[in-house]
Design a protein around this ligand. Structure first.
Ligand SMILES: Nc1ncnc2c1ncn2[C@@H]1O[C@H](COP(=O)(O)OP(=O)(O)OP(=O)(O)O)[C@@H](O)[C@H]1O
Length: 979
C-alpha cells in the first residue's frame, strides 16, 4: 500500500489487517529507523510557541459531568476514530531548514526543573478556621498565602487567616463536644478489659485539655504474633494436641523485626533502649492456660449455637473486646450460615475480625487473598495467638512454600494468606481439591477485583466465583473493602456471585476524622505552618502523603550554581521538615523493603513522629493513635483519599486530616492518568505476537519477554499482563498463563565436552541444537528447548540445576517473561482487538473521571465554604463527607469539573515543528500527546524525551485534544486531511 491509497476513512481496517499480517503499515515516502530509535534534535529553537505561559488557560465553563462506565459494553460509544491506528513514517519537508537538523547522539542532559507557576487561585485560599483573637481584624485577603501570615498563626494565638472563615470554631477539643476517647464507631465500646483514668494520652491534640474518662486497652498492640514467640505459646498448643506449626513463619518474621529494632538500639539510632525493654516486657507476658481453655469452650459453644451471646463470649475470649462494632456481628453470622457476603465497612472498623472469628469456628481452612505481600505479613502478625496462620506468596522460595503447603496438608494452619497469583496454580489446587477442605475464601481489598475501582489488579480476575467453586469446591466467599462505589460493588458481587441481599454496608467515612481542605500555592511552607500550629502541633503521630516518587530539587553546589537533581518527593519534604525541627522520615516504594519495614516499625513504636510517604504506606498500617494525616498532594481518587485518611484515628479518637491541593499537581496527575492507555494498533500488534505461533503451537509453551515486548508495543508490563489475563479468564479462554520465568539462558560447559555430554543427555543435545554460540557461550531460549524435547520449562530448569550441582555446567538466566500455552487461536482478530481496546479505553476514562471527581470535591468544599461565608472545620468535614458519600453512592448529581483546556493556538504548529525535527522517528498520536504532556512510556522514555523543548508543554490541554491535533498533523505529513 502506498500513501496515495491511504485515506482516513479506511485507515483503521487497513491497518488492522496490515498489522495482523505484519509488517507494519508504512505511509510515508521516507525510509525511517525503527520505533525504538530516539532523536535528540527537537527543534527547540524553532518552536511556534512563545515561552511557556506561567498561567494556566482561563477556566472553562464546567463540562457536562462524565460518568464512570458501568461496563465496557455499555460505553461502546467511545470513538474509535479518535485513536489513530497507525504508525506514521514522517516525510521530511523538501526544502526546509529543518532538513539540516541532525539527531545529536547524546547531548548533555539539560534537566529542566519542573516549574511551578504561580497560579491564580480559582477558589478561596486556605479555608479552615483557627480561632482568632477578638482584637484581630477578621478578614484576611483571600489571595494571601500562609507565607505571609504572622508567625504562630496556627498556634494558641488562635488567629484566623481567611476572610471566608468565621471566628466561631477552632480545632481545639474543648469546643468539639463529640470528642471522646472512645471509638465513635457504633456498637463498640473499645477494648474489653479496661480501667478508667484521666491520663494524658499520646493522641491528644492538646494535652492540657481535661479529657473524658478513657478506657485503656489492657492488651498491647504490638501484634499478637510477637507475644506468641516470646512466651512459648507454641508449646501450650502442642500440649493440647495440636502442633502450632505456623510458629516458624511468624517467628521468622518476628526474629527479623526484633533484630532490626535491636540494631537500632545498638547503633544508638532512633530506638531508645528503654523503649525496647518495655516492649519486650509487654511481649513476654505469658498467656494463661485458662485463656486457651476459655477460647476452646467459647468456640464449641458457637459451634453448638450461633447466638449473639456465644459470639460475644468468643470475642471476649479471643480478643478481650466486650462488644462487636457496627456490622461485625451481622457479617460473622452470615458467614457462619454459609452465605457469601459482601462487607463494606470504613477503614479501621475491624473487618479482619469478621473472618478471623468464623475461621476458628469453621472446621476447614480459611484462605485470605490480599493484594500485597506486606499487607499479608501485617495481617499475619495481627492474628490473635490462638489462630494459627501461614503465608504463601510469590516472594517465597520453593522450600518455604513447600513447608507451608506441608503444614496446610497436616491441618496445622487455620488461616492461610495467599497471593492471588497462587490461585489456579496447579500445585496449590491439587492440595485443596483433594486433601484439605476450604471453609471460607476471603477476598480482602475486594475492590481490586473490579476494573472500575481505583486499584484494579489483573491477578484478582482469578478469583471469580465460578473458578473458586469449580477448583476449590468452596461455597462461602467473603469480600471486604472500605472503598467501593456502587459500580465497583456491583462488579465485585457479580464476579464473586454474591447475592444483593448479602451486602452489609456501613458509611464509608468514619465520623472521628476532621476533614479540611485548602488551595495552596506554596505547599511546603503552608504545610510547615500547619504542622507548627494547633491542633497539628500536638499530634503524636502524623502521616504526610505525597504523590510523586521523584521530583527535581535544587542543591547548591557552590555559591554560584544551583544543581537540579532528581530525587524522591518524600525525601525532599522529610528533609525540609527535619531542617525545621520536625522529626520526619521518608517512605516510598523505591526504598529497600528492609528499610521500609524499619521505618514502619519505628513509627509504630513512636520513635518517629512524622512519616512522609507515598501511597505505598497505606493499606495495612494499623497504628491506632495517628493524630493527623496531611495530604501534601491531591490523591488520584476519593477512594485513595478515604483509604489514606483512614490511617488516622483508628483508636476512635479525633484525628485531623488536611488536604492541600493546587492546579499544577492536578495537571500532572491528569496527564499520568493516560500513562497506561493503549491504542487499537498496539493491541492488535500485541495479539499478533501472542498468537504468532499458529495452531501447531498448542500445548507448547510460548513466552513474551517483558522488557522488549513492552518497548515494542509501547505498553507497560502491567497492561500486557492485564491483556493476557483477560485472554485467559475472559468469556472465551484463549490461553493458559503459566508462572513467569527468566527465559534466556547463557551456559558454559566445564567437565565433559558438550558433544560427549549431548550423547548421554537429550536436554544437552537439544541445547546444542537450539543455541547460538556467543563468545564461546551457549545462548538459548528455555521454552524453545523445553518444547523441542517435550518437557515443561520448569523441568528443564531443574535438570540444569542438577547438571550444575555435578559441576558439568554453569549458567545464567535473564529476561523475565510471561509464559503461556495457547488454548484457542481467535477466529476474528479485529473484533477481539476492538473489544479489548474499548475495555482499556473505558478503564482509562474511568481513572480520569475519578481524578476529576477528587479535584472537584476539593474545589467544591473550598467554594462552598466561601459562598456560605461560614467556613470552619466542622462544616468542611460535613461538606466533604457528604460529597464522598454521594460519590460512593454513584449519585448522578455529582458535578465533576473538567478544567482542562480544549485547544491552544500554538498546539498544531508546535506539533508540526516537533515532527519535522524528529522526522526519523515513528510516532503515533498517543506517543506525541504523551510527550506534549510530559509522560514517558516504554518506547519513548522520559530519559530521552524530556530533553525536548515540547516535553510537558501542553499539560493543561486535554490529552485527547492533543491526540487529535497530533493525529491531524500526522495526516498532514502523509498528505491527507484529518477527518
Ligand atoms: N469489636 C472491636 N472492639 C474494639 N476494637 C476492635 C474491634 N474490632 C476490631 N478492633 C480493632 O480495630 C482495629 C482495626 O481493625 P482492622 O485492622 O481489622 O480494620 P480494617 O477494617 O481491616 O481496616 P483497614 O480497611 O484500614 O485495613 C484493630 O486494631 C482491631 O483490633
Amino acid at each position: 500500500m502506498n500513501a496515495g491509497n491511504f485515506s482516513a476513512k479506511n485507515c483503521k481496517a487497513a491497518v488492522v489487517s496490515a498489522v495482523r499480517h505484519s509488517p507494519p503499515l508504512l505511509v510515508s515516502v521516507t525510509q525511517l529507523t525503527d520505533m525504538d530509535s530516539d532523536s535528540d534534535s527537537d527543534g527547540s529553537h524553532i518552536s511556534a510557541t512563545p515561552p511557556r505561559d506561567p498561567l494556566p488557560p482561563p477556566r472553562l465553563p464546567p463540562q457536562p459531568p462524565p460518568k464512570p462506565p458501568t461496563s465496557y459494553k455499555s460505553t461502546a460509544s467511545t470513538k474509535r476514530s479518535s485513536h489513530l491506528d497507525i504508525i506514521f513514517k514522517l516525510k521530511k519537508p523538501s526544502s526546509s531548514k529543518h532538513d539540516k537538523i541532525e539527531p545529536v547522539p547524546e547531548p548533555e542532559p539539560k534537566v529542566k526543573p519542573i516549574q511551578q507557576p504561580d497560579l491564580p487561585s480559582p477558589v478561596g485560599n486556605f479555608p479552615f478556621q483557627i480561632r482568632r483573637p477578638s482584637d484581630q481584624p477578621h478578614p484576611i485577603s483571600i489571595g494571601r498565602s500562609l507565607e505571609t501570615l504572622p508567625a504562630g498563626f496556627f498556634s494558641t494565638r488562635r488567629a484566623s487567616f481567611s476572610k471566608i472563615c468565621k471566628p466561631s470554631l477552632n480545632f481545639e477539643p474543648e469546643t468539639l463536644p463529640e470528642i471522646t476517647a472512645e471509638p465513635k464507631i457504633n456498637g463498640s465500646d473499645g477494648p474489653g478489659s479496661t480501667k478508667t483514668c484521666n491520663k494524658k494520652l499520646p493522641n491528644l491534640i492538646r494535652g492540657d485539655v481535661p479529657l473524658p474518662p478513657v478506657k485503656l486497652q489492657k492488651r498491647s498492640e504490638e501484634g499478637n504474633f510477637v507475644r506468641l514467640n516470646f512466651n512459648g505459646y507454641k508449646r501450650k498448643f502442642t500440649a493440647k494436641g495440636k502442633k502450632m506449626n505456623s510458629y516458624s513463619y511468624k517467628s521468622k518474621y518476628f526474629k527479623r523485626s526484633k533484630r532490626r529494632v535491636k540494631s537500632e538500639v545498638d547503633t544508638g539510632s532512633l530506638c531508645d533502649e528503654e523503649g525496647l525493654v518495655s516492649e519486650i516486657k509487654l511481649q513476654s507476658k505469658a498467656e494463661k492456660p485458662s485463656r486457651c481453655e476459655s477460647v476452646e469452650a467459647a468456640i464449641s459453644a458457637v459451634r453448638n449455637e450461633v447466638s449473639d451471646e456465644n459470639l460475644v463470649r468468643l470475642l471476649k475470649a479471643l480478643y478481650g473486646y466486650d462488644l462487636f462494632r457496627d456490622g461485625q456481628l451481622e457479617a460473622i453470622k452470615m458467614i457462619l450460615a454459609g452465605k457469601s457476603t459482601m462487607l463494606v465497612l470504613p477503614t479501621g472498623a475491624g473487618k479482619s475480625l469478621c473472618y478471623q472469628i468464623p475461621a476458628v469456628v469453621l472446621l476447614g481452612i480459611t484462605l485470605v487473598v490480599s493484594p500485597l505481600v506486606a499487607l499479608m505479613i501485617d495481617q499475619l502478625k495481627q492474628l490473635p495467638p490462638m489462630i494459627q496462620g501461614g503465608l504463601l506468596s510469590s516472594s517465597q522460595g520453593p522450600e518455604e512454600a513447600a513447608e507451608t503447603l506441608r503444614m496446610v496438608q497436616e491441618g496445622s494452619i487455620k488461616v492461610l494468606f495467599v497471593s492471588p497469583e497462587r490461585f489456579l496454580n496447579a500445585d496449590f489446587l491439587s492440595i485443596f481439591s483433594t486433601l484439605t477442605s476450604v471453609s471460607l475464601v476471603v477476598v480482602d481489598e475486594a475492590h481490586c477485583v473490579s476494573e472500575w475501582s481505583h486499584n484494579f489488579r489483573p491477578s484478582y480476575m482469578r478469583l471469580r466465583a465460578s473458578l473458586l467453586r469449580a477448583k476449590l469446591n468452596v461455597e462461602c466467599i467473603l469480600a471486604m473493602t472500605a472503598t467501593a462505589t456502587t459500580t465497583t460493588l456491583q462488579s465485585i458481587m457479580s464476579a464473586l456471585e454474591i447475592s444483593s441481599t448479602n451486602l452489609i454496608q456501613k458509611s464509608q467515612v468514619r465520623d472521628n476524622l476532621r476533614l479540611s481542605v485548602s488551595l495552596s500555592s506554596n505547599r511546603m511552607k503552608d504545610m510547615l505552618k500547619l504542622m507548627k500550629s494547633s491542633p497539628f502541633l500536638g499530634a503524636q503521630s502524623i502521616i504526610v502523603y505525597c504523590k510523586f516518587q521523584s521530583m527535581y530539587s535544587s542543591q547548591a553546589i557552590s555559591n554560584f550554581y544551583l544543581h537540579w537533581i532528581l530525587q524522591s518527593e518524600t525525601d525532599v519534604i522529610s528533609r525540609y521538615l527535619c531542617d525545621n525541627n520536625i522529626s520526619a522520615k521518608s517512605y516510598h516504594s523505591g526504598m529497600l523493603a528492609r528499610d521500609r519495614s524499619r521505618i514502619q516499625e519505628l513509627f509504630c513504636a513512636n520513635k518517629i513522629r512524622v512519616v512522609v510517604a507515598t501511597v505505598a504506606f497505606g493499606m495495612g498500617i494499623d497504628k491506632r493513635d495517628v493524630g493527623a494525616v496531611i495530604h501534601y498532594s491531591l490523591p488520584e481518587s476519593l477512594e485513595e483519599y478515604v483509604q489514606e485518611i483512614g490511617r488516622g484515628g483508628r483508636d476512635g479518637r479525633l484525628s485531623y486530616c488536611h488536604l492541600f491541593f493546587d492546579d499544577v499537581t492536578y495537571y500532572k496527575l491528569r496527564s499520568l492518568m493516560h500513562s497506561d492507555g493503549v491504542d487499537e494498533f498496539a493491541v492488535n500488534k500485541f495479539l499478533c505476537q501472542v498468537f504468532a505461533d499458529d495452531t501447531s503451537s498448542h500445548r507448547k509453551v510460548c513466552s513474551l519477554v517483558k522488557e522488549s515486548a513492552s518497548r515494542k508495543f509501547d505498553m507497560k508490563e502491567e497492561v500486557m499482563l492485564t491483556l493476557l489475563t483477560h485472554l485467559e479468564l475472559g468469556e472465551t479462554q484463549y490461553l493458559h498463563l503459566l508462572p513467569q520465568l527468566n527465559v534466556t539462558c547463557t551456559l558454559n560447559f566445564h567437565k565433559t565436552s558438550p558433544m560427549l555430554l549431548a550423547d548421554k543427555d537429550t536436554a544437552v543435545a537439544a541445547i546444542l541444537k537450539k543455541s547460538e554460540i556467543k563468545q564461546g557461550q551457549y545462548v538459548f531460549d528455555i521454552p524453545t528447548v523445553a518444547n523441542s524435547i517435550g518437557v515443561a520449562p520448569g523441568d528443564l530448569s531443574n535438570h540444569l540445576q542438577n547438571l550444575k550441582a555435578k559441576g558439568e555446567i554453569t549458567y545464567e538466566l535473564k529476561d523475565p517473561a510471561y509464559c503461556y500455552k495457547i488454548v484457542k487461536v481467535p477466529s476474528d482478530f479485529c473484533s477481539l482487538t476492538e473489544l479489548l481496546t474499548r475495555w482499556l479505553l473505558d478503564i482509562e476514562n474511568c481513572k480520569v473521571w475519578k481524578l476529576d471527581a477528587m479535584y472537584s470535591s476539593a474545589v467544591f468544599v473550598v467554594d462552598t465554604c466561601e459562598k456560605t461565608h461560614d467556613c470552619n472545620v466542622a462544616q468542611q468535614t460535613t461538606c466533604l463527607q457528604e460529597r464522598i458519600l454521594d460519590y460512593f453512592k454513584g449519585d448522578s448529581n455529582l458535578d465533576v469539573l473538567d478544567k482542562m483546556g480544549q485547544n491552544s493556538p500554538f498546539l498544531r504548529a508546535d506539533i508540526k515543528v516537533f515532527l519535522q525535527s524528529n522526522s526519523n522517528v515513528k510516532f503515533t498520536p498517543r506517543a506525541i500527546a504523551r510527550i506534549m504532556h510530559g509522560i514517558g512510556s516504554p518506547a519513548y522514555p522520559s530519559s530521552t524525551w524530556s530533553r525536548t523543548h515540547f516535553w510537558g508543554r501542553y499539560i493543561q490541554i486535554d490529552f485527547k485534544a492533543v491526540m487529535n491535533a497530533a493525529k491531524a498533523e500526522l495526516m498532514n505529513f502523509v498528505g491527507k486531511d484529518a477527518p
